[in-house]
Design a protein around this ligand. Sequence first.
Ligand code: HEM
Length: 184
Amino acid sequence: MYGMINKAVKAMVQKDFGDEIWEKILAESGVPDDSFLTLRSYDDELTYALVGASAKVLELPAESILEVFGKHWVLHTATESYDNVMSATGSGFIEFLENVNSLHDRITTTFVDYRPPWFDVNRISDNEIELHYQSGREGLSPFVRGIIDGLAVRFDSEVTVTDTKSIEVDEGEHTVFHILCEAA
Ligand code: HEM
């Protein structure tokens, strides 16, 4: 994945747990310390190794690290570095999710040949949606779970994920989040 992701994991750990813990995590991961350039693409294994080492050092499940990371991604990484892109994507929770594919499309000139996920929103009623997340990668749905929490804060919305189920696919992952949110 692009170094932007690795750099964001580093920023999240440093902010929430401090520099010393970050140095421990980096050493535990075995990831070279030149793997953090925003616009360079690195092997996905490096990102997974950082998450795995964070889980080990912090004694938390990897899923929890990914959730905290997802929230940090929305509230800090994306907002601080790409606020114009974020603002153009929507002014409410559901509208924003409906436009995330075009957000990722819009930045293909910056992140050449990258592999962003695909999202579909099915509106069930005024305050209920099904969010489909499809990725060529595995194990990142807790990251999306954290992103949902971050977006709820961004839009100051009451959001509850009532169910999460995975649909079997040949490669990668397809997860469906059932979400209750303020009427839109
Ligand atoms: C302007 C803000 C954003 C930027 C610059 C951005 C950029 C990126 C980049 C560079 C990757 C790595 C993919 C790769 O290297 O192949 C990525 C992955 C990802 N992005 Fe975005 N993104 C943004 C906002 C969002 C938002 C708002 C969401 C969700 C609502 C999202 C969901 C994801 C997920 C889940 C992944 C993990 C990859 C996967 O699932 O396979 N991103 N994004």
